[in-house]
Write a protein that binds this ligand. Structure first.
Ligand code: PLP
Length: 376
């Protein structure tokens, strides 16, 4: 017998999360999550799940019937799109302008697909002209995949134009909206997006661990026409839909993360009450406030103004400043978390998140005051 470890209850401090995610969770969302657990086939829970589906549809601006929350983080949403739609040997044009575009490539290759890479420099949006050239040179490509909001660099790509290009060349589009959903304009149906995934822990300000996903009718057709079974049992949407198809028809697939789904329901309810356009505007306004303050501190942005993400501000660490020491002082003395640089920007940039509940005046003011004091 192993002896029982003696440990205290975990009582984390209340940090202010202004990194690349997870973001600050709304107090009402935390409260929702602590409500009594009910069975995932309980009629009351099923009614909540029907509402949740319509809330996800609202956030994505889609009427897609195949709209769900995958019971796992954004990476599982990414994998859901690739593993369901792509079959071995099929070609995907993958845009890479940061860490997450490269993860898309890894997904494609693990499935046995062929990834044709369209690279853009870190900090720049995906280049539609380079995408057009790749689509033109690869008439056998079946998909165009790209990251709408590259969290590793803070760059926003033009999803509307890229999806129109995909359509023009007969490709389905697969879009990463992990950081964009709720923070910047995103219109799944109007822009003709075929498969999209996001995460609960960024601009939705929900607890981490869930991934909203939606497939267009064309994507569902592609899934139905597969010649090979989906390699992942857990993520196979043709099975998962038995639970998400709605109303009393819901049948057991896996045990739904009941309390986390209460949390998502509450955070999306808050988004719906605020209104998507207001949420986008609030993120923009808070970004402008932060930008004005950072400029006074002589801190410069990685991304050119036209494609800056309001919710993820990647800035160069001023010369001579100790990256880790500053972040540690912010955490210890101000309870404030900002993000380190990732990949090519590690040690060179900070990533300051203004996501969801975190996109507030008091957070901007605290971040600017703390940075000013620590850098003095
Ligand atoms: N895609 C993007 C753009 C992300 O920013 C992230 C996480 O930061 C992911 C995918 C993966 O999401 P998760 O960490 O929730 O698995």
């Amino acid at each position: 017998m192993l002896s029982a470890p003696v440990v205290s209850a975990f009582n984390p401090p209340r940090r202010i999360l202004m990194g690349p995610g997870p973001s600050d969770v709304y107090p009402e969302v935390l409260a929702a999550q602590s409500r009594p657990t009910v069975g995932h086939l309980d009629p009351l829970f099923i009614a909540m799940m029907d509402e949740l589906k319509s809330l996800i549809q609202y956030a994505f601006q889609t009427e897609n019937q195949m709209t769900i929350a995958v019971s796992a983080p954004g990476s599982a949403g990414m994998e859901t799109c690739f593993v369901n739609l792509l079959e071995p040997g099929e070609k995907v044009i993958v845009c890479r302008n940061g860490v997450f575009g490269d993860r898309m490539r890894q997904n494609v290759e693990r499935i046995g697909g062929v990834a044709v890479m369209v690279d853009s420099p870190w900090g720049e949006p995906v280049d539609p002209d380079a995408v057009r050239a790749a689509l033109h040179a690869n008439p056998d490509a079946k998909f165009l995949a790209f990251v709408h909001a590259e969290t590793s660099t803070g760059a926003l790509s033009d999803a509307k134009t890229l999806c129109a290009l995909a359509k023009e060349y007969g490709c389905l589009s697969i879009v990463d909206a992990v950081t964009s959903l709720g923070g910047v304009e995103l219109k799944v149906d109007e822009w003709g997006i075929d498969a999209i995934y996001s995460g609960s822990q960024k601009c939705l300000s929900c607890v981490p661990g869930l991934s909203p996903v939606s497939f267009s009718a064309a994507a569902v057709e592609k899934l139905k026409a597969r010649k090979t079974p989906v390699q992942s049992w857990f993520l196979d949407q043709s099975l998962v839909m038995g639970y998400w198809s709605g109303g009393n028809k819901r049948s057991y697939h896996h045990t739904a993360p009941v309390n986390a789904l209460y949390a998502l329901h509450e955070s999306l309810r808050k988004l719906a009450n605020e209104g998507l356009e207001h949420a986008w505007q609030r993120h923009h306004e808070m970004h402008l406030l932060l930008k004005a303050g950072l400029e006074k501190l002589d801190i410069n942005f990685v991304v050119a103004e036209a494609s800056r993400l309001p919710q993820l501000n990647a800035v160069y660490i001023p010369a001579g400043v100790d990256d880790a020491a500053v972040r540690s002082q912010l955490l210890q003395n101000y309870n404030l978390e900002i993000g380190a640089g990732l990949g090519a920007l590690a040690g060179k940039a900070w990533r300051i998140g203004l996501m969801g509940y975190g996109a507030r005046r008091e957070n901007v003011a605290l971040c600017l005051r703390a940075l000013e004091e620590v850098l003095r």
